[in-house]
Write a protein that binds this ligand. Structure first.
Ligand SMILES: Cc1cc2nc3c(=O)[nH]c(=O)nc-3n(C[C@H](O)[C@H](O)[C@H](O)COP(=O)(O)O)c2cc1C
Length: 391
């Protein structure tokens, strides 16, 4: 993991957990099959007492648990019914980090990812993966690389019009031109899952967020039908009963390293008195998820009954990855740096303290540091539902 502290060993599991998972999701998950093989070989070594990583603390205290995590996550990845193939020249430009971001975005939707290097893999391997992948993502390789050219031609020869593609530039010095390749795929009847990502400057936090959202868009497109079927198969009476759980309407607004995010939320409930705290459930494939990690700060804006339709409509609009979610909305800046919606009934400045994985959602426990109400007699917008299989 990319984690650095004074501890030589993994004595503080809580401190390293998030980085351990993040590293897996970005770099190991896309190679789950090779990882399982490697772990099998490792098992043959017998009683392992320490795993000395290239970087991050040495694994000693939690060896069993951490190995089990890698096993379980990799089995889940390798068994994923739907797979996206990511092809790039990993040693070129910013390809590896951009590919990791797009991979993480895809995996948030429960779709598996496999990554292959365009310059070193053999054509058979490239085509085998392309043959079973539902989506194909290509990081543009250097145009002068003969092996990459041959690999791309082999991809063009095998893609089917049922598959979807996504292309991104790698900010190397000599990227293969994106438009030419994009046109070739479109002429073959392959649809784009997200607009090609073109880079005019060296990647920054906003670029990685954009790539992650692009990956999520592809994943969501691939699982949409399956998710609808699953929702429809729920017991109708149970669904109706659950629908009687009602709540308020809120907009979460964030800003972190120059990247902003916002989301309409209703699964919000107070959870503690001292300190004042509440929980909010965030679906795993939400764009805002990466800005709502432990320690992150945000604003919870409370919408007002009879006066929320415009804000609700605005924040539910589907935007292209990377678009400014606050264009045309009145905001002020909170002490914690996040935007406050001027037209909200009240706002609270909050911090994510801990998270709990609840199947398809993350449940976030958050504490409140500050807050104001704009209209003393205003009432919170209430959300009444007929069924419990949506918000
Ligand atoms: C009334 C209503 C309440 C919602 N509440 C939540 C919620 O509590 N948690 C959540 O993850 N999504 C919730 N959503 C869904 C998100 O607001 C919406 O799908 C999301 O903003 C899409 O963002 P994304 O594509 O950027 O991830 C709700 C949607 C509606 C219509």
């Amino acid at each position: 993991m990319h984690y650095c502290s004074d501890s030589t060993f993994d004595d503080n599991l809580e401190a390293i957990e998030a980085d351990f998972r993040f590293y897996y999701d970005c770099l190991m998950g896309p190679n789950a099959r090779s990882l399982l093989n490697a772990m099998k070989k490792m098992g043959e070594l017998g009683n392992i007492r320490i795993i000395a990583n290239g970087h991050g603390p040495l694994l000693y205290h939690n060896l069993e648990l951490l190995r089990e995590c890698y096993q379980n996550w990799s089995h889940k990845q390798a068994k994923a019914e739907t797979v996206v193939a990511i092809y790039c020249a990993t040693d070129y430009g910013y390809a590896d980090r951009l590919a990791a971001a797009v991979a993480q975005g895809v995996q948030k939707t429960g779709v598996g990812v496999e990554m292959i290097d365009l310059t070193t893999a053999d054509i058979q391997e490239i085509q085998e993966l392309a043959g079973r992948a539902a989506g194909i993502i290509i990081g543009m390789p250097p145009s002068a690389n003969v092996a990459a050219q041959a690999a791309i031609s082999s991809l063009l020869a095998i893609v089917k019009d049922k598959q979807v593609i996504g292309l991104f530039e790698c900010y190397g010095e000599d990227d293969e031109p994106i438009d030419l390749l994009r046109r070739k795929f479109i002429d073959l009847g392959v649809k784009e899952a997200f607009p090609a990502v073109r880079l005019k400057e060296a990647p920054n936090a906003a670029t990685y967020q954009l790539l992650q959202e692009a990956g999520t868009d592809m994943g969501q497109l691939l699982v949409r039908e399956r998710n609808i079927k699953q929702i429809k198969s729920l017991d109708v009476n149970m669904e109706k009963a659950l629908g009687r759980i009602s709540s308020g309407l809120y907009i979460i607004t964030t800003q972190k390293s120059g990247v902003n995010g916002a989301m309409l939320a209703s699964w919000v409930a107070q959870a503690s008195l001292q300190p004042l705290g509440f929980t909010v459930a965030i679906a795993k494939d939400r764009a805002i998820d990466s800005l709502m990690q432990e320690g992150d700060r945000f604003v919870l804006n409370v919408l007002e009954e009879g006066n929320y339709q415009e804000l609700k409509k605005h924040f539910l609009k589907r935007l292209y990855p990377g678009a400014d979610r606050f264009a045309g909305v009145k905001t002020q800046t909170a002490h914690n740096g996040c935007p406050i919606l001027t037209d909200a009934l009240a706002y609270m400045e909050c911090e994510v303290v801990s998270t709990m994985e609840c199947s398809d959602h993350w449940l976030l426990y958050c504490t409140v540091q500050d807050g104001r109400v704009s209209k003393p007699n205003g009432l919170t917008a209430v959300r009444h539902r007929k069924v419990g299989n949506y918000y």
